[in-house]
Design a protein around this ligand. Sequence first.
Ligand code: NAD
Length: 270
Amino acid sequence: MRYEVLSRDDALSGELAERFHRLAGKRGLVRSETEPDVVVSIGGDGTMLQAFHKFRPALDRVAFVGIHTGRLGFFADWQADELERLVAFMAEHRRDESRIVRYPLVRVDIHRAAGEPVRYDALNEVTIRRREGTLVAEVHLNGLLFETFRGDGFCVSSPIGSTAYNKSLGGAIIHPTLESIQITEMASINNRVYRTIGSPIILPKHHACDILPRPGQPLTVTVDHLHFEWDDVVRLHCRVSDKTVSFMRYRPFPFWQRVREGFIRNEGDE
Ligand code: NAD
């Protein structure tokens, strides 16, 4: 099996990457920088986001696994002292289909005033904000006008991204196997003149949300950790992607347990 390692730019993550290569070589795993079957991310959730976007063109054949070198990450669930165990699992189970979980992604087509639309699949979310002042944008659901929004912006998240920015905005945590996208508002203005739905909405597969900013606004669009500053976006077309992300689950780590570990459990708790 071919693998590649992407590590965060710190001493511990670099050291672990070196150790990983040594252990993997002894177990007959072959490094391939261009055509890996499994990509190991060493660092934090941000490192996994980078690994995901680096190998986004190869989502059909690549599966990811994450080792965290800080606190437990949502994508990085192996600890630094479990390196040997992980390599042993990889050597034994390789890319065994029964050990792969696949999660939905958010797809966005970004239409600007000129040129072809640009397409991204996001692991966590796509956001749109006005850089200064109030964003004014129409929201269309399945091609029909739903509301005219005034406020800071929007976050459109995947289910696996629902515990990230979406959660900070008061969005619901969604089990990552549910094929859906969630749209959360950022500080909408709601009074007797302006009205938005005001609560997060969740769309199933095959439904689409279009966000149409009024022309001439300075905008920031993000796709996970990627930032773009564009002043000529005419439409963001968001839906559940027809691609999925694959993670190697060499051992079970139930999602709700991960949520508890990430948000609820104190150091001293059971
Ligand atoms: P980063 O690596 O510092 O990540 C920011 C935080 O988000 C970290 O604590 C990370 O562990 C956590 N995180 C990332 N994905 C997660 C997930 N799926 N579930 C739970 N927590 C998750 O910053 P970055 O490398 O620029 O990462 C970009 C991500 O940061 C974005 O995708 C966005 O979700 C998140 N973010 C969050 C906020 C917020 O909560 N107010 C604001 C901006 C960005």
